[in-house]
Design a protein around this ligand. Structure first.
Ligand SMILES: *Cc1c(COP(=O)(O)O)cnc(C)c1O
Length: 399
């Protein structure tokens, strides 16, 4: 048996928690259990597993030993009771929302959300009788006013995609607690290394593990961490019966592999992004840089309080709006024009034509960003190489 009392620091737990090589012939890495179903040694065993009176696997849509390692590890890193791994971030979000909500219920959401989360809430949930009020969650009084007797869920990201507004998790959690509303935080941008919403009072953390947790752009995955009671409902109702968005054992293995270097990667992403944010702010083609580590960021102090470091995401508002944005996008050469984020490669994207194209132009304006905004996911390449590429592209964009 491994001595689990040795697993104290975050990096150590990200590498070891929830897996004991000596239970698996000494294999350093968890075996990948490529099986859809599990044999019962008797009818009584099968019956007991279905009744929940005996531990053990039944079918891989509700549990798989490789996936269990990932779920335990993520729960530990987020400091929650239980974890659930899913096939994608959207699989995690729908498992949570469809389980918690019924026709007639209301959601309060921050006014800037990941494009597909916005699309789900604004365009698709109404057909099931669930409506969403989008409010500025940096304004706790506005949140208080938006919560009504039918509100069941408050949901936010922080920093919020794409313009890096920071939501005060503890302040929003206090309002939700008083109102008896479940508070869901999408922690994709930060990962538990930079920010742990459950310790600040949130009820549920959701992830797109496709991004920093996996970290290599080679998989799709998602996760939920919450109380055991909630995670059981998300697993046995949300995943098992509502959306079927279970993760494959192989993808769970790859996320576990990514987690081994999570702390190193997040430190490097944060360090390079911080330097670039300051450098790009000084460029004449740039009207504004959105990055929570900058002195010009209105919530710098809050970000410093609730985040360990400021992460790898930067948004740039270019002088010259849409056209300058297009010129910049076409001029980058090292950076890759692509959606997604959190990979080793620096990625650039243009929300108005890509991730937030599900918003109408008025919706984009209302939700707080312009058509000239470009978003950078700062990669792990050498700082000077990324800087030179971006500066060259900005020189062209400004012409
Ligand atoms: C990518 C992303 C999602 C969706 O995750 P998928 O794994 O692509 O389904 C949700 N929220 C945020 C903040 C994201 O960046």
């Amino acid at each position: 048996m491994s001595d689990t009392s040795l697993f104290r620091g975050f990096a150590t737990r990200a590498i070891h928690h929830g897996y004991d090589p000596f239970e698996h012939q000494g294999a350093l890495n968890p075996p990948v259990f490529l099986t859809s179903t599990y044999a019962f040694d008797s009818v009584a065993t099968g019956a007991a597993r279905f009744a929940g009176t005996a531990e053990g696997y039944i079918y891989s849509r509700v549990g798989n030993p490789t996936v269990t390692v990932l779920e335990k590890r993520l729960a530990d890193l987020e400091e929650g009771e239980a974890g659930l791994a899913t096939s994608s971030g959207m699989g995690a979000l729908t498992a949570v929302l469809w389980t918690l909500l019924s026709a007639g219920d209301e959601v309060v959401a921050d006014r800037t959300l990941y494009g597909c989360t916005f699309g789900l809430l604004e365009h698709h949930m109404p057909k099931f009788g669930v409506t969403t009020r989008f409010v500025d969650l940096t304004d706790v009084a506005a949140l208080d006013a938006a919560i009504g007797p039918k509100t069941r869920v408050v949901i936010t990201e922080t920093p919020s995609n794409p313009n890096m507004r920071v939501i005060d998790i503890a302040a929003v959690a206090a309002v939700c607690r008083a109102a008896g509303v479940t508070f869901v935080v999408d922690n994709t941008y930060c990962t538990p290394y930079l920010q742990r919403p459950l310790t600040l009072g949130a009820d549920v953390v959701v992830h797109s593990a496709t991004k920093y947790l996996g970290g290599h752009g080679d998989l799709l995955a998602g996760a939920v961490v919450a109380s055991k009671e909630l995670v059981d409902r998300f697993r046995f109702v949300g995943i098992k019966e509502l959306n079927g968005a279970c993760i494959s054992a192989l993808d769970a293995f790859l996320v576990l592999r990514g987690l081994k270097t999570l702390t190193l990667r997040m430190d490097r992403h944060s360090d390079t992004a911080g330097r670039l944010a300051r450098e790009l702010e000084a460029h004449p083609a740039v009207a504004r840089v959105y990055y929570p580590g900058l002195d010009s960021h209105p919530q710098k102090a809050l970000a410093a309080r609730q985040m360990r470091a400021m992460g790898g995401m930067i948004a740039l508002e270019l002088k010259g709006g849409l056209e300058a944005g297009r010129r910049f996008m076409d001029a980058v050469a090292l950076a890759t024009r692509a959606v997604s984020l959190g990979d080793a490669e620096t990625l650039v994207q243009h929300p108005a034509s890509m991730t937030h194209s599900t918003y109408a132009p008025e919706e984009r304006a209302k939700h707080g960003f312009t058509d000239g905004l470009v978003r950078l996911s700062v990669g792990l390449e050498d700082h000077a190489d990324i800087r030179d590429d971006l500066v060259r592209a900005l020189d062209r964009a400004g012409r």
